[in-house]
Design a protein around this ligand. Structure first.
Ligand SMILES: Nc1ncnc2c1ncn2[C@@H]1O[C@H](COP(=O)(O)OP(=O)(O)OP(=O)(O)O)[C@@H](O)[C@H]1O
Ligand SMILES: [Mg+2]
Length: 208
């Protein structure tokens, strides 16, 4: 069985580039924790990505349902995510949109990283912020040149939400950019989380 992602064709050159980008990027990758691309079709109105089917919830669905991840489960999931991202970086690809909705869990704990629409070659066009604001590293918003380490920051935010069930910033959303740049992370919520070792918190501290 396969999955089909249907994307409306756009007259915008920029959007067309992103569609081609996802296809070209996924074509180069073959890793057990990255969704496998099978083919790409199009008609007059849409593109159709054919990928392997990854049956299971995405991580956001689990977090929204209030699922609490035990530390052993967290370890199993995050290790696979790092293996996928390490593989991407070794192939000079930065994902740039690591977030729970782009991580599918097959059989509850087998990671499949999906959605390479925002990916880019490392060291190319890495001056314009792309991705999802909540998971963006501060350097993306500081209008500086950034690198593939932005994926590592995003994994830190993913781990934080898996443990606490909430996002790490407390001020209203309109102040989100300022909070990210100011690294205004609510460490107390993480420290107060139940059944999380100090080594695990220390590890997240190193990612963020
Ligand atoms: N191969 C797959 N097998 C099973 N479910 C999938 C697969 N690909 C995507 N999904 C599900 O569909 C959702 C949306 O997929 P995806 O992230 O690729 O699209 P998108 O976010 O709409 O894309 P974009 O951000 O590029 O507009 C995912 O969060 C996941 O739940
Ligand atoms: Mg997505």
């Amino acid at each position: 069985m396969v999955a089909v992602k249907k994307v409306k064709q756009s007259t915008s050159l920029k959007k067309q580039q992103y569609i081609g980008n996802e296809f070209e990027t996924l074509k180069k990758l073959a890793h057990p924790n990255i969704v496998k691309l099978i083919d790409l079709y199009h008609d007059n109105s849409h593109f159709y990505y054919i990928t392997e089917l990854c049956p299971g919830n995405n991580l956001l669905e689990d977090i929204m349902k209030g699922k609490k991840f035990s530390e052993p489960d967290l370890k199993i999931i995050i290790k696979q995510l790092f293996q996928a991202i390490n593989y991407c970086h070794l192939h000079q690809i930065c994902h740039r949109d690591i977030k729970p909705d782009n991580i599918v869990l097959v059989n509850n704990n087998e990671v499949k990283l999906i959605d390479f629409g925002t990916a880019c070659k490392c060291n190319e066009e890495m001056t314009v912020a792309r991705g999802t604001l909540m998971y963006m590293a501060p350097e993306l918003l500081e209008k500086k040149r950034y690198d593939e380490k932005c994926d590592i920051w995003a994994i830190g935010i993913v781990m934080y939400t898996m443990i606490t069930g909430v996002f790490p910033y407390r001020e209203p959303k309109k102040l989100l950019k300022e909070q990210i740049v100011g690294r205004a992370i609510d460490w107390e919520a993480l420290n107060n989380a139940k059944d999380v070792s100090s080594q695990c918190i220390e590890f997240i501290l190193q990612l963020l």
